[in-house]
Design a protein. Structure first.
Length: 141
């Protein structure tokens, strides 16, 4: 895809650019065929949201800063245990790193904290710690 979008990204321009590059399948004809980029939006949004996050094994070995991942998780634990809104800025500033490192669990963690569902986020943290994502990640500090 060769296109340009200036920051900050305008959603309408973003979807217009995507719709130029993502054409409707050739099997769609007649009333089923999208006629404008606006008609692509629901399908495009669903496709983007359904796209799985990169899994943790794909992120390993690609220069991830695992000590920072561990530090972020260690700082997030007490905030979640106290159901504190202090968890939100941690996730906001480190969400992309956690999603890259933890894959679907990182996305789940980000969504639960963003929705202020701290007990559920704490359960996600338990699952993160139980998985062997990288050596030393699930060891006690």
């Amino acid at each position: 895809m060769e296109d340009f979008l200036a920051k900050p990204i305008d959603p309408a321009q973003f979807y217009a650019a995507l719709s130029r590059w993502l054409r409707a399948p050739a099997t769609q004809t007649g009333s089923d065929a999208p006629t404008t980029h606006e008609s692509h939006w629901p399908r495009l949004t669903s496709a983007i949201l359904a796209t799985p996050a990169e899994d943790a094994s794909a992120g390993q070995g690609k220069g991830l800063d695992w000590p920072t991942v561990r530090q972020v998780l260690d700082s997030l634990d007490p905030a979640l245990a106290e159901c504190s809104v202090l968890a939100n800025p941690i996730i906001e500033s480190h969400g992309p790193l956690l999603k890259l490192a933890l894959g679907a669990l990182g996305l789940e963690l980000e969504q639960r904290v963003a929705d202020f569902r701290y007990p559920e986020a704490q359960e996600t943290m338990r699952r993160v710690r139980q998985q062997d994502l990288t050596p030393g990640l699930n060891t006690a500090t």
